[in-house]
Design a protein around this ligand. Structure first.
Ligand SMILES: NC(=O)c1ccc[n+]([C@@H]2O[C@H](COP(=O)([O-])OP(=O)(O)OC[C@H]3O[C@@H](n4cnc5c(N)ncnc54)[C@H](OP(=O)(O)O)[C@@H]3O)[C@@H](O)[C@H]2O)c1
Length: 245
């Protein structure tokens, strides 16, 4: 049995992960910014057999609430084995290009809030000498593209931060898992036209749980995205800047 904290638990991907943990009898502490949504998630997971489940509403941009939430999660669960961070927003790139304020708000939600929480979790796990921190980053962080470079740069910051954290915490017996999904059919991508590269949240959730169990490092979900991003990353800049991706 694992004691699992899921931050941003109302995300479609996180909900699918929580169901898998509930089914196998793990204990859960969830945070989501909507109290009603949080309560309905908790009720549903109880019905699905989760033996112990707690929660607290939290806006990830309320930085002052981060430490107290972690204290409470650890106290309610009686310890922490796994922390998964899933919250995020997909910015309107054109609107961000026209607004510094909007751009910085998106960076705050998608990068700075994650870095604040990851720092606090890392220090706890380092002290206890075990634990797994998993964060949903994105393939979008592998290379800035004109269509979504605000989101991409926030995810790049997260991925690079986690890379450093992984190296530091390995020596303390703590695993840091960077999860890089490709296109996933969730409310975040509601308006996008779907095609063969798209995956459902349940498939991605199974990959996340497997990666956490194996204490993986950088995981592309589905795995073919590693190859796609290798190709995109390999395009020389003189050519890349002429493309419209
Ligand atoms: N879908 C994709 O194609 C895709 C691809 C790569 C990576 N990802 C990443 O996967 C993660 C999960 O996204 P998803 O696809 O499952 O989309 P989703 O269902 O739209 O989930 C996003 C979640 O983030 C929450 N959130 C946003 N801002 C928040 C804040 N300030 N405080 C707390 N929660 C906040 C939202 O809460 P509310 O319900 O309250 O709005 C929502 O539950 C995100 O980090 C996303 O960037 C998604």
């Amino acid at each position: 049995m694992k004691k699992v904290l899921i931050i941003g638990a109302s995300s479609a991907i996180a909900e699918a992960v929580a169901r898998l943990y509930a089914q196998r009898g793990d204990h859960l502490f969830l945070t989501a910014r909507s109290p009603d949504r949080l309560q309905s998630l908790i009720d549903d997971l109880r019905i699905r057999g989760c033996p112990q489940i707690f929660g607290q509403p939290m806006d990830a941009n309320d930085f002052a609430a981060h430490a107290a939430m972690l204290e409470r999660a650890e106290a309610d669960l009686g310890g922490l084995d796994v922390v998964l961070m899933a919250h995020g927003t997909l910015p309107d790139q054109a609107a961000c290009a026209a607004s510094v304020e909007l751009t910085l708000n998106e960076i705050r939600t998608n990068a700075l809030s994650v870095i604040s929480l990851a720092t606090l979790v890392a220090n706890r796990f380092e002290r206890q000498g075990r634990g797994t921190l998993a964060v949903i980053s994105s393939v979008a962080g592998d290379r800035g593209r004109q269509s979504n470079y605000v989101y991409g740069s926030a995810k790049a910051m997260v991925s690079t931060f986690l890379s450093g954290l992984r190296q530091r915490l390995f020596k303390a017996g703590v695993a840091v898992v960077t999860i890089k999904p490709g296109f996933v059919d969730t409310p975040m991508t509601r308006d996008f036209k779907k095609g063969p590269l798209w995956a459902g949240p349940e498939k991605v959730a199974r990959g996340i749980v497997r990666a956490i169990d194996r204490r993986g490092a950088v995981v592309y979900l589905p795995s073919f995205w590693r190859g796609i991003m290798w190709v995109i990353h390999s395009i020389p800049e003189f050519l890349f800047k002429r493309l419209s991706l």
